[in-house]
Design a protein around this ligand. Structure first.
Ligand code: X8Z
Ligand code: ZN
Length: 607
């Protein structure tokens, strides 16, 4: 199916290159093709102009949350989204016009690329824009206050993250988990209305609903994309199940019957508010006498490494691959720590405000391993953005959205113990099998644990958008999916008075999430490709491409394509493969998978 689409585009290119080559070409009026070109010029220019305004207003809103900045951001987003929807409609006028391949691709991207399609009724578009800004601000301002009348009892997302990251005290963890989930019930009504309005807009663009619109942008028919996801999940699921069974056994030994030996794991015991990455429970589940040789969090804390140094260390990795250093404005304009004097959206993000050079990150950095890796993740976005800056505006994006999320993470895969030693952060590289398993276990608790979470968020949203999940069942179905895919359960009883999906940033802020699932697969493919380019022949988990220009060249060539080619072509240019494929992840974790199998002898996998 993918090929069919590619062939159609390729045929158009060949045809346009050869003058008067086919009947179809000669029957298309020259005026039609010229109109298409004029339309695309306008779409490129307007997308840039409104996109910059949206980014500027969004930046200010997220860095200074007030009623006014929220209103200004809502207006700027509304203008950009209205234009995006108008362009999507207008692009269909050129469906039968013969245009060069690049222009055909731009027309297609305009039709499928919107995340939010406001309805054409201006009142409804207005209402939707306000709801979106309010949902995002509600999340940004969200705090758990043990006594709401006293500001000093209020805890931010970093505070709650810190509590849940320290395993051991079950009632304390439960209270923090429950506390954070009090931020989202006020979002429920807005969310329901957002679903109605955004679906209305998507239907005006001839999509069945907003979820169908989200699934249509992967250079393949939307149903084929859904099948791809299931195929990828089936590929990696056996490893996840083994990791889950092992972690559950250890947590059962630690917490007793709070963790059922054969059932789902309570979500507050996995080291993270959303149980999406479990790296923080490593000390609880590590084998006896484990020695991963180091705890990066401990090292960063002990050294009191300033946030700016953590970012500079990240930048150095990219420059070691031959990327130009970040511009001066990056250092002047980014947000690195939570300001004391105002409300900000602390969820980490990367920005490309002028679509060219004005790249930034916005993070509330804490000295821990998680934030150290998130810095590399965010910088991956910024270096991607700069690499495709010479593309036409409509191609200034990643090959598919999973690519954008995977770049920084593929760099993190090169942060091997060997690399950390090179940086002087650790003294010894664990060099026996015992040490290897310890490192891999810790790594898998972070990366592999995430896979079903990455998958289920949009499984839930797609069903919400399609109407398969009704508002009256928002919370129940959320937990059904969390149990089905992740094997986790709510630690306290939940009802439809709760709105637990809204306690996750991307739901409140309407950021599609399947990209992160794809990224967990792709990052290993990218890592393998960079290691091959670097001429590395050992086991994948030992490879670091730090300082390797050949690996950097391979990466940059793909990044520079932006969105100008269907993603299988970009993937092929980088990896030689045209399909997303979990085999690189499995190759990376092969030693751990074998070890987990031995550890789980006699244990039930699954729940
Ligand atoms: O949102 C992010 C990044 C910004 S694009 C920090 N991530 C997802 C999350 O935090 O839920 C990275 C991993 C998954
Ligand atoms: Zn990201």
């Amino acid at each position: 199916m993918t090929r069919q689409i590619l062939l159609r585009v390729a045929a158009a290119a060949a045809c346009a290159a050869a003058l008067g080559c086919t009947k179809a070409a000669s029957s298309a009026s020259p005026a039609g093709a010229a109109d298409a070109k004029t339309f695309l010029d306008t779409a490129n220019d307007t997308t840039l102009k409104l996109g910059v305004q949206q980014a500027q207003a969004g930046w200010v809103q997220q860095n200074f949350i007030t009623d006014d900045t929220e209103a200004m951001a809502a207006r700027a987003s509304q203008a950009a989204n209205d234009a995006g929807t108008r362009f999507a409609k207008e692009a269909t006028k050129y469906d039968k016009v013969n245009v060069p391949a690049d222009e055909r691709r731009m027309l297609n991207l305009l039709k499928v690329g919107n995340v939010l399609a406001p309805p054409s009724d201006p009142k409804e578009s207005d209402e939707l824009a306000k709801i979106m800004a309010r949902l995002e601000s509600t999340y940004g301002r969200g705090k758990w206050c043990t006594d709401p009348s006293k500001a000093d009892t209020c805890k931010t997302v970093e505070d709650v993250t810190r509590i849940l990251a320290a395993p051991g005290d079950e009632p304390k963890l439960r209270a923090a988990w429950e506390g954070w989930h009090t931020i989202s019930p006020p979002m429920r009504k807005d969310y329901q209305r957002f679903v109605e309005l955004s679906n209305k807009g998507a239907r005006e663009l001839a999509f069945a609903d907003t979820g169908a619109m989200w699934r249509s942008k992967y250079d393949m028919p939307p149903d084929a994309f859904t099948k791809e996801l299931d195929r990828l999940w089936d590929q990696v699921r056996p490893l996840y199940l083994k990791l889950h069974a092992y972690a559950r056994l250890k947590l059962h030994q630690k917490y007793g019957d709070v963790v059922p030996p054969n059932g789902p794991i309570p979500a507050h015991l996995l080291g993270n508010i959303w149980a999406q990455e479990w790296g923080n429970i490593y000390p609880l589940v590590a084998p006896p006498n484990a020695d991963p040789g180091y705890s990066l969090t401990e090292i960063l804390k002990k050294r009191k490494m300033p946030p700016l140094d953590m970012v500079r260390t990240g930048e150095r990795f990219y420059t070691s691959l031959g990327f130009a250093p970040l511009p001066k404005t990056f250092w002047e304009r980014s947000l690195f720590v939570r300001p004391k004097d105002r409300e900000v959206v602390c969820h980490a993000s990367a920005w490309d405000v002028d679509f060219v050079e004005d790249v930034r990150i916005k993070m509330c950095i804490e000295p821990n391993a998680e934030d150290f890796t998130t810095i590399h993740h965010e910088l991956g976005h910024d270096f991607y953005q700069r690499a495709y800056k010479d593309q036409p505006v409509l191609f200034r994006d990643s090959a598919n959205d999973g690519f954008h999320e995977a770049i920084g993470d593929s760099i993190v895969l090169s942060m091997t113990p060997g690399y950390l030693k090179q940086l002087g952060l650790i003294q010894n590289v664990p060099n026996d099998e015992h040490g290897l398993i310890d490192v891999q276990l810790k790594d898998a608790l972070t990366r592999v644990s995430f896979l079903p979470f990455g998958l289920l968020i949009d499984k839930w949203r797609w069903a919400v958008f399609s109407g398969a999940i009704k508002p009256a069942d928002y919370n129940r179905t959320w937990w059904e999916l969390r149990t089905k895919y992740q094997g986790v359960a709510a630690p306290v009883s939940r009802s439809e008075d709760d709105f637990d999906p809204g306690a996750k940033f991307h739901v409140a802020a309407n950021v599609p999430y399947m990209r992160y699932f794809l990224a967990r697969i792709l990052q290993f493919q990218f890592h393998r490709a960079m290691c091959q380019a670097a001429g590395f022949h050992g086991p994948l988990h030992e490879c670091s491409v730090y300082g390797n220009k050949a690996a950097g060249d391979r990466l940059r060539a793909m990044l520079a394509l932006g969105r100008s080619k269907p993603w299988p072509e970009a993937l092929q240019a980088m990896t030689g493969q045209r399909d997303m494929d979990g085999s690189a992840l499995l190759e990376y974790f092969a030693p751990l998978q074998k070890w987990l199998k031995e550890q789980n002898q006699g244990q039930k996998c699954g729940w």
